[in-house]
Design a protein around this ligand. Structure first.
Ligand SMILES: Nc1ncnc2c1ncn2[C@@H]1O[C@H](COP(=O)(O)OP(=O)(O)O)[C@@H](O)[C@H]1O
Ligand SMILES: [Mg+2]
Length: 185
């Protein structure tokens, strides 16, 4: 596995943490959950209305680079939705994607306020993390969540799969808007 830095990003609820843990075990990599780092190192300026931490991105980037430098001989997996908004040189980025219907039921189950569910649903519908990652990184792969995701990711990392086209979920939007307008508008 020649990639030393692997980033797992995506809209909250798409399965980042699940796949990052599985992957770190499979390839014996050091796993860094960016949300934990933000909490432990107090890299936030406050909380938004819906209770989410508002991270200081330049400080976060500095801290991530420090953590990477500490792991000289080990592959590092960074996991978190904020990673799509910063750049880490040389990283291979995996953007986890999920069907809107599945994502909505997961976010409802988490008990998030409607406004937070809406932000995340719109984000996934327009492919925000995918687009933003493509602006910040050279190598970006969208991977659909589900039971084959880990195989797909391993295939990408061993270069068996060139998987760089972004996944477009906007075709699901019309149905979802009709069924669940309050989670989109
Ligand atoms: N590949 C998968 N297949 C089915 N359910 C999944 C899969 N990945 C994650 N989940 C479920 O979806 C929920 C959100 O996953 P999680 O990894 O916490 O997402 P994230 O870290 O992106 O917010 C969890 O309840 C998890 O069990
Ligand atoms: Mg998570």
């Amino acid at each position: 596995m020649h990639r030393n830095i692997i980033i797992i990003t995506g809209t909250p609820g798409t399965g980042k943490t699940t796949i990052a843990i599985a992957l770190s075990k499979r390839i014996n990599a050091k796993l860094i959950a960016v949300n934990d780092l933000i909490k432990h190192k107090k890299l936030y300026m406050g909380y938004s209305d819906d209770g989410a931490m508002m991270a200081k991105l330049p400080e976060l980037k500095r801290e991530i680079l420090r953590e990477i430098a500490r792991e000289k001989n080990k592959t590092v997996i960074l996991e978190g939705h904020l990673l799509s908004d910063i750049s880490i040189k040389g990283a291979c980025v995996i953007v986890m994607r999920e069907h809107l219907k599945t994502l909505l039921s997961r976010l409802k189950k988490r008990g998030y306020p409607v406004s937070k569910i809406r932000d995340n649903m719109v984000s996934e519908a327009i492919g925000y993390c995918s687009d933003s990652s493509r602006k910040h990184y050279d190598e970006v792969h969208d991977v659909m969540s589900g039971k084959n995701a880990i195989t797909t990711v391993l295939g990408i990392l061993t270069n068996k799969r060139q998987h760089t086209k972004s996944i477009d979920l906007s075709y699901e939007l019309e149905y979802m808007l009709k069924k669940n307008p309050k989670y989109f508008i």
